[in-house]
Design a protein around this ligand. Structure first.
Ligand code: GLY
Length: 361
């Protein structure tokens, strides 16, 4: 019988693999991979009026043979298009001037593609534009008007305003409470804007996870192909033009086909300072389990956080930051700066939320 290596690897999840594996040891290695899609917790909540969540759809497409990155992007598109998800895409909480500005990047492990967009206005699905940057250009990051014109040239629909009535009313309430144009002291103005955002969280006007909300989604198929995507509307009420960690390769996402993938949600500034997704993948390369690699990055962030305004009275970082980590064997973890968060998983046991490991309890 003539069986190509490609056929053997593609069938690694099937019943015929065991006898083959005795004859071909490399099949044993490949068959250890358990296909899985992971994401931030919102990836198993929002359905945009449909029947599937992000991880569910991405896993189903991936298992039907679709390209891993295409499957993940189809998954995160659900959140980008869902008006109820106010931290990603259409209806994301706008910047300080009331404009929704979106950031995204993606990486394709086997193809070694990477692409990102930042400060993109008027397009509901920035992850799709990020993929076109990777697919069609020699560049890795296109921002602002240039990114919008790039997308227009490819036929993307450009809308005047991505606010929903809800996101606009949240912004109007923030504006009413802060009235930043009348603060003369820039320091006080900065403090006031954060204080008001947190006050609005405590009053239930903004979901706490949506101040810095984002979705990161990573997957590995039976052939061991690893990809990832991150997409966000960024920090609520940010200074126009502010770019967080999400579209930055090595910060909001990093994928190395030989090693694994990592991505983040939470306070982008803390992650950008340490390029933690790159750091986590390098920790995986040293042989760490995904959970330990993620905790190692959180410890680095905690060590680098020394400003009083960013610390609890116990001296721990007072902001949320999570990492989602997947290694080349399909092992995965979610880690969080402090307790309570979960991350979404979909494998042959179906979609679910699993607890993140917390650095501080
Ligand atoms: N992590 C999302 C942001 O900070 O923009």
């Amino acid at each position: 019988m003539s069986v190509s290596r490609r056929t053997l690897l593609a069938g690694a999840a099937g019943a015929a693999v065991a006898p083959m594996a005795r004859a071909f040891p490399e099949i044993m290695i490949r068959s250890e991979i358990k296909p899985v899609v992971i994401s931030s917790g919102n990836g198993n909540i929002f359905k945009n009026g449909g029947t599937e969540t992000c991880v569910q759809k991405a896993y189903r497409l991936m298992m039907s043979g679709e390209d891993v990155l295409d499957s993940l992007i189809e998954g995160v598109n659900i959140l980008e298009l869902d008006p109820l998800e106010t931290s990603v895409g259409y209806g994301g909480i706008p910047n300080a001037e009331g404009v929704v500005q979106l950031d995204s990047c993606c990486m394709h492990g086997p193809k070694k593609w990477a692409g990102g967009v930042a400060c993109l206005e008027g397009i509901r699905t920035p992850s799709k534009v990020a993929r076109e940057v990777a697919r069609q250009t020699d560049h890795h990051l296109i921002v602002g008007k240039g990114a919008q014109e790039f997308a227009r040239g490819l036929g993307f629909t450009i809308e005047d305003d991505l606010n929903t009535p809800h996101s606009r009313s949240v912004w109007q309430e923030w504006k009413r409470r802060t009235d930043p144009d009348h603060y003369l002291d820039p320091k006080k103005r900065g403090e006031d804007s954060l204080r008001v955002a947190l006050e609005m969280v405590s009053e239930g006007i903004i979901d706490p996870l949506h101040v810095y909300g984002t979705i990161n989604c990573d997957g590995i198929n039976a052939k061991g192909e690893i990809c990832g995507v991150t997409t966000t509307s960024g920090l609520a009420f940010k200074i126009p033009g502010r770019v967080g960690d999400s579209p930055i390769l090595g910060a909001g996402l990093y994928v190395d086909q030989e090693v694994g993938a990592a991505g983040s949600t939470g306070r982008g500034e803390a992650n950008l300072y340490g390029l933690c997704s790159f750091l986590i993948v390098e920790e995986l390369r040293r042989g760490l389990h995904p959970k330990d690699a993620g905790i190692s990055a959180l410890k680095r962030v905690a060590r680098n956080t020394i400003e009083k305004r960013l610390l609890t009275k116990e001296g721990h970082p007072n902001f949320g930051l999570q990492f989602y980590v997947l290694d080349a064997k399909g092992r995965h973890a979610g880690v969080t700066m402090s307790g309570g968060a979960g991350y979404a998983v979909c494998d042959d046991n179906g979609p679910r939320i699993e607890p993140c490991e917390a650095l501080f309890h």
